[in-house]
Design a protein around this ligand. Structure first.
Ligand code: GDP
Ligand code: GDP
Length: 392
């Protein structure tokens, strides 16, 4: 998961911080130069007061020490203080003045050494963000999520004195992504144990991995000592009934089916009756894959929903579909309501943007990820794992 995305994200964060430091360097240097002149003038005045003659011969660092620790003076202390008070500030005491100048000089030298903090203007940030935005877009991060990332980066970077640009970007990115994937987890196994039979309806477009996901979940439920029945309510394709039967055989569970082209709502009804009669814990209803834009098929889905009254409706989508998945979830949700999402094929998704964005944008939780073709290639949604995989 995130193979390509992770690499690109790393590269672009590096580039962002490098560019920031390069471009802001000019400002960083300009400022101390101006200050250098001011400071020089001030020093001359100050040195004049203390009558240091060979100022030029003394190396700067040593001069600083000489100046502060043992000011060479031929004048009485009161006189120095008086003059200094008149010319610079109101602090009459020599020690205080020396200390203050020392502080100023310290700040000044730090600036010259280039370890000062940099500040990014809003304008510069907008330009710098372009590359990052492109990487996020290319890796299927939804607009809403990009906006959120941008806002938080802006808060953390713009007009804030920064000593480590890269670290700040990484921290901000991590925090906003963590925010985006922080939603209430669904404990499906717990829910199932609370009602019998527990009816789950599976929805999605063709080829998304619905049938495979049903088999994976059935396998998980069986391992948790739950009795299952599969319902072939995808009567649209003859092959899909067969496919479900094959899975059922491997898993050792029953399939309730009608003929090809039968009313899928009727099959669902039979499946539930069977479960009630046989004291089965979970009913897993497969439905025909349909495009979210197909009105007739969406109406058919409404009918199945009305009749079966599922306890939980799972949308199965391919994570590789990217942002289209968001529109699919929205449409299926409008038609029958969705309780959770399973994203399949995460193992072949190098980008992973859908895994990050889909719940945030649709408000529906991801419950599991499918990450392979075997029955146990089903992973519970785990925020920490995502962050770890992203490696930011
Ligand atoms: P429409 O309603 O069919 O016009 O679809 P939208 O363009 O509104 O997109 C639906 C959702 O998918 C939005 O909420 C976006 O987050 C997301 N989306 C769609 N296309 C893209 C895209 O090219 N890049 C990104 N990052 N997000 C997209
Ligand atoms: P359906 O049409 O939605 O029922 O999709 P299927 O369950 O028939 O799956 C379509 C194809 O995707 C099959 O070849 C599956 O083996 C494959 N598939 C399903 N889930 C995964 C997954 O998590 N990873 C990979 N790599 N392939 C998957």
């Amino acid at each position: 998961m995130f193979g390509l995305f992770k690499k690109k994200l790393k590269d672009v964060v590096d580039k962002f911080s490098r560019k920031t430091e390069d471009e802001v360097k000019e400002e960083k240097i300009e400022e101390p130069i101006k200050e250098e002149i001011k400071e020089e003038k001030k020093q001359k005045k100050f040195l004049g007061l203390f009558k240091v003659k060979e100022k030029e011969e003394i190396p700067e660092e040593i001069r600083e020490e000489v100046l502060i620790e043992e000011p060479v003076t031929e004048q009485p202390e009161e006189e120095i203080s008086k003059k200094y008070e008149e010319e610079i500030i109101e602090k009459p005491k020599k020690e205080v003045v020396a200390e203050e100048i020392h502080e100023k000089k310290k700040g000044f030298f730090e600036k010259l050494k280039g370890i000062t903090k940099v500040k990014i203007s809003e304008e510069k940030f907008e330009k710098l963000f372009e590359d990052l935005e492109l990487v996020l877009l290319e890796n299927n991060i939804a607009y809403e999520v990009i906006d959120k990332i941008k806002e938080s980066l802006k808060m953390d970077l713009v007009n804030v004195p920064l000593s480590n640009v890269k670290k700040t970007i990484e921290k901000s990115l991590k925090e906003s992504i963590e925010d985006v994937i922080s939603f209430d987890k669904v404990d499906l196994l717990k829910k199932i144990k609370e009602k019998k039979p527990y009816i789950i309806l599976f929805l999605g477009v063709n080829g998304a991995g619905k049938t495979t996901t049903i088999a994976k979940l059935c396998n998980l439920f069986l391992k948790n000592n739950l009795r299952c029945v599969l319902v072939a309510a995808d009567t649209f394709r003859a092959a899909s009934i067969q496919q479900l039967e094959e899975h059922a055989k491997k898993l050792g569970v029953n399939v309730i089916k009608h003929d090809y082209n039968a009313d899928p709502a009727a099959v669902a009804y039979d499946g539930i009756k069977h479960a009630e009669a046989k004291s089965i814990d979970v009913v897993l209803i497969d439905t025909a894959g349909r495009q979210h834009s197909n009105i007739n098929l969406m109406d058919e889905l409404r009918k199945i929903n009305r009749i079966a009254k599922p306890d939980f409706k799972i949308f199965v989508g391919e994570s590789i579909t990217g942002n289209d998945i968001i529109e699919q979830v929205k449409q299926f949700n409008e038609a029958v309501g969705i309780d959770g999402i399973i994203l399949s094929k995460l193992d072949v998704d190098d980008k992973g943007g859908a895994a990050i964005s889909v719940s945030y944008v649709t408000g529906k939780p991801i419950i599991y990820f499918g990450n392979g073709q075997n029955y146990d290639n089903l992973e519970e949604f785990d925020k920490e794992k995502i962050l770890k995989n992203l490696d930011i």
